[in-house]
Design a protein around this ligand. Structure first.
Ligand SMILES: Cc1cc2nc3c(=O)[nH]c(=O)nc-3n(C[C@H](O)[C@H](O)[C@H](O)COP(=O)(O)OP(=O)(O)OC[C@H]3O[C@@H](n4cnc5c(N)ncnc54)[C@H](O)[C@@H]3O)c2cc1C
Length: 418
């Protein structure tokens, strides 16, 4: 036996990045121990279905598992579930678990994700302890929420982002009465063009969802018993009666362990393009990181599965001494009704929007250009065009706006043969 065999890689958090990292380490030749520690009582599971098929009841808990138990067994990954890591001691290279156990590491990876941004208005702390006020990040959150998805229940959703709108789409189909309250003048304001926001608002209204934009939530009204929220109060004086409230107003990265261990943190754990933190033996991947992206020429923090997976693979390679710098064009998806939205790139700073196809047909793409260069694309029900858009953005292929708009000419025919 070589000394290598006694080396231990510890992964904190058992989500998307962790599940990928554990087996990737083995694939890259790590022959020491791999210990995965997560505070949820599950093996790593897919989070995106939580607001889609799992909420609607069409996906089971088992079907959400990213990999079956046998895969971890085969890779000899030791899994400690339902256990929070409380502290990292960088001097002794140990992590302390909630049960007091200390585990020594040679390499440590933080894949701690994030938690829902809390609504900070009067009564929100009391509401969070009540039975009908929910945030949405975990399977347990959805289990609690969907028990209350009864026809005619008045559901108020605070936040018109992807998660809020996905919940609205599921709830209206389940015959709840749904109101979405959005503080910005339009839904999806941070991530799409006004044209796309208007399109989604229309689709939701047609389905029966009431969407109120430019509405600031200012408080919550508890019922007489104090055990349940009875209404959401708005700054304009309106009172929206509620049997059930779901809040989706963003995410706070879980960086406390890193901060307490004095790793560099700034809106996420700072990592380099090898997913390495300011401590060379500690790596981080996924929603909790702030990382450089060479193709975008800046640092950013992303909340997406593709990013978590890719960073995990980068970290696994780097830990095994292989250099596979992270450099991926961000992409994401959202399912609402029968609309499959896939988006690639980041649209901030665009100066021109080109629509390809017709919004009325629910099959179109929106290209975001800056100085004639495609920065990002939103494709709706157009998977092949999404793949081409990925290539256009990654390879910075220049296409004239008229070419992009000419839906009768296949996009593929405009690209150089690769
Ligand atoms: C409802 C919903 C819908 C989504 N839809 C999409 C989508 O359509 N497309 C998409 O690309 N992305 C989507 N996302 C985002 C995507 O799920 C995340 O980007 C992804 O889960 C990030 O993976 P991660 O491994 O970084 O973090 P996570 O998957 O959040 O895993 C982190 C884990 O670490 C655990 N943890 C944290 N601190 C500790 C500690 N101290 N000790 C032990 N364990 C700890 C957490 O409990 C958690 O289980 C969605 C997210 C949600 C919540």
């Amino acid at each position: 036996m070589t000394e290598e065999i006694y080396r231990t890689a510890v992964i904190i958090g058992a989500g998307h990045a962790a599940g990928e990292l554990a087996t990737s380490l083995r694939d890259n030749g790590w022959n020491g121990r791999i210990i995965l520690i997560g505070e949820e009582p599950h093996l790593p599971y897919h989070r995106p279905p939580l607001s889609k098929t799992y909420l609607s009841g069409s996906a089971t808990a088992e079907s959400l598992l990213i990999k079956p138990p046998a895969t971890y067994q085969k890779a000899n990954v030791e899994i400690i579930s339902d256990m929070r890591v409380l502290r990292i001691d960088r001097q002794t290279k140990k992590v302390e678990l909630a049960n007091g156990e200390l585990i020594r590491y040679d390499k440590l990876v933080l894949t701690t994700g994030g938690r829902p941004r809390p609504l900070q208005v009067p009564q929100s702390v009391l509401a969070a302890q009540s039975g009908n006020f929910h945030y949405l990040r975990t399977m347990a959150d959805v289990d609690a929420m969907r028990r209350q998805f009864e026809p005619n229940m008045r559901l108020v959703i605070v936040g018109g982002g992807y998660i809020g709108l996905e919940v609205a789409a599921v709830a209206i189909k389940a015959h709840l009465k749904v109101t979405v309250l959005e503080a910005f003048p339009r839904v999806l304001a941070r991530v799409t063009a006004p044209e796309l926001s208007a399109y989604y608002e229309r689709k939701h209204r047609e389905a029966g969802v009431e969407i109120r934009t430019g509405v600031q939530v200012s408080g919550l009204e508890m019922d007489g018993s104090g055990d349940a929220v009875s209404a959401v109060l708005c700054a304009d004086g309106t009172r929206v009666p509620a049997d059930l409230v779901v809040v989706g107003i963003g995410l706070i990265p879980n960086t406390e362990l890193a901060e307490e261990a004095e790793l560099a943190v700034d809106n996420g754990i700072l990592v380099n393009d090898h997913a390495q933190t300011s401590d060379p033996d500690i790596y981080a991947a996924g929603d909790c990181t702030n990382h450089p992206n060479a193709s975008l020429g800046r640092r950013l923090r992303l909340e997406s599965v593709p990013n978590a997976l890719e960073q995990a693979r980068t970290a696994a390679a780097a830990i095994c001494g292989k250099h596979k710098p992270y450099n991926v064009v961000p992409w994401f998806w959202s399912d609402q009704y029968d609309l499959k939205l896939k988006m690639v790139g980041l649209s901030q700073g665009y100066d021109q929007l080109v629509i390809r196809g017709s919004m009325d047909s629910d099959s179109f793409s929106a290209f975001y250009l800056q100085d004639g260069l495609v920065l990002a694309a939103d494709t709706i029900n157009r998977p092949p065009e999404f793949m081409l858009a990925k290539r256009i953005i990654a390879e910075q292929i220049r296409l004239a706006p008229e070419q992009l708009a000419a839906a009768s000419v296949p996009l593929k025919s405009l690209l150089p043969t690769s």
